[in-house]
Unconditional design. Structure first.
Length: 405
């Protein structure tokens, strides 16, 4: 006779058997999900219809097979079960547009832009679809978020430039003020002088830009030989007349009309600002030669805007300690944007305390800027390896009449 205990045991056995029968196909489904070894058959699609990850894979398979309707069906199955799957929503928008339903595609992209909000990861793909579908407001919001936060700047501005057919005025109207400095840098990288000028004018109409972008723009104008224009911007925004940072008191930027200097990777010389070693206990530029090579030095210079045909006088102070060889450092002035103009000053060798030196010159009629540079030529003598230390301070350019330049 069966007891109650036997009945319970039998029922439990049947339950476990039923669970095992269900677990086998479930485990097989999970294997496909884990290894992603889909066969993409209709039967498998039906079996895996409840799994968004699988439906996404089926949708991609259909998409690459140019089956827009099938892709849309699978992507719709993904978002039905996972409404927060932004990637699937965007792919669904692509599929709907390809299937000839642009209105549905636009509605989906607008939904994604609202749902994603300020999440940067989704701004770029949303901007691409907005561009393709003519969603102007969505496009502008997404590209402005990307530009102001520095995400995919090159791609973003390439897309914006394509969207507005290279029309800088239209682009500037679409860009938020905070995005315009990055756009200006992009234009400068591509060498688009006129568009950069237009952007600068728009940027400066409301307020002055920060020093960083000003330096970059002035340097860009100099590199494009628009020296007179660069000089006006430099002086109009606080740049010094004549020589800039002539006493080396400020940090050297290596941009604009400031000093430019290099470093010697071989360690034959060292150039740096020397605080407290200037003419009046201020800062000087100190150049140390280590006696290891017969150097041709030309690594300290400054571009200076000038008025063509105006007689000028360059003055500076310097001192030397144990400067060897017959070829010592000297200061020269030559034309930055004109050829055939060069004048050189006196050479400094041996030991000499602080003293003033000067050099007079008249820029030619076609010369908008000159370069003030420290040079040293190679020696042809046996003892040609230069050693010693040179200090420079208080550079100034004035009109030869004595009035401040």
């Amino acid at each position: 006779m069966m007891t109650k205990r036997h009945i319970i045991a039998g029922a439990a056995t049947l339950l476990l058997a039923g669970f095992s029968a269900w677990l086998l196909p479930f485990g097989w489904q999970q294997r496909h999900l884990y290894f992603k070894d889909y066969t993409f058959s209709a039967e498998q699609a039906q079996a895996l219809r409840h799994y968004p990850e699988a439906m996404l894979a089926f949708g991609q398979k259909a998409w690459f097979a140019l089956d827009a309707e099938g892709a849309a069906r699978y992507y719709r199955a993904v978002v039905t079960r996972d409404a927060g799957h932004m990637a699937a929503w965007l792919k669904l928008a692509e599929a709907e547009a390809a299937a000839g339903r642009p209105q549905k595609a636009r509605a989906i992209v607008a939904f994604v832009e609202r749902r994603a909000g300020e999440v940067m990861f989704w701004q770029w793909p949303t901007a691409l679809l907005a561009h393709d579908l003519g969603l102007e407001d969505v496009f502008r919001r997404c590209t402005n978020r990307l530009a102001t936060r520095g995400w995919k700047l090159s791609d973003t501005f390439n897309l914006v430039d394509t969207h507005f057919a290279g029309d800088t005025t239209a682009t500037l109207a679409a860009l938020a003020p905070a995005a315009r400095p990055a756009y200006l840098e992009w234009l400068m990288r591509w060498g688009r002088l006129e568009d950069a000028r237009t952007t600068w004018q728009v940027m400066t109409a409301d307020k002055l830009p920060d020093d960083s972008i000003l330096l970059k723009f002035v340097s860009f104008l100099i590199s494009r030989k628009a020296v007179a224009e660069a000089g006006k911007i430099w002086h109009g925004h606080g740049g010094a007349d004549g020589m800039t940072n002539g006493s080396f008191e400020q940090a050297v930027s290596n941009k604009g009309f400031d000093w430019r200097w290099g470093r010697d990777p071989e360690g034959h010389w060292n150039l740096q600002q020397a605080f407290g070693q200037g003419r009046e206990r201020g800062t000087a530029a100190r150049l140390m030669f280590y006696g290891q090579a017969n150097l041709a030095f030309h690594h300290l210079y400054q571009i200076v805007p000038v008025t063509p045909g105006t007689p000028c006088r360059l003055r500076w102070w310097w001192r030397g300690k144990s400067l060897t060889t017959d070829q010592g450092p000297f200061v020269e002035v030559y034309g930055y944007d004109c050829k055939g103009f060069r004048v050189t000053g006196p050479m400094l060798t041996g030991d000499r305390d602080w003293h003033e030196a000067s050099l007079e010159f008249t820029p030619p009629a076609d010369c908008q800027a000159v370069v003030v540079r420290l040079r040293r030529n190679k020696s042809k003598r046996f003892d040609s390896k230069i050693a010693g230390t040179l200090w420079l301070d208080d550079f100034e350019i004035e009109r030869a009449s004595g009035a401040s330049y």
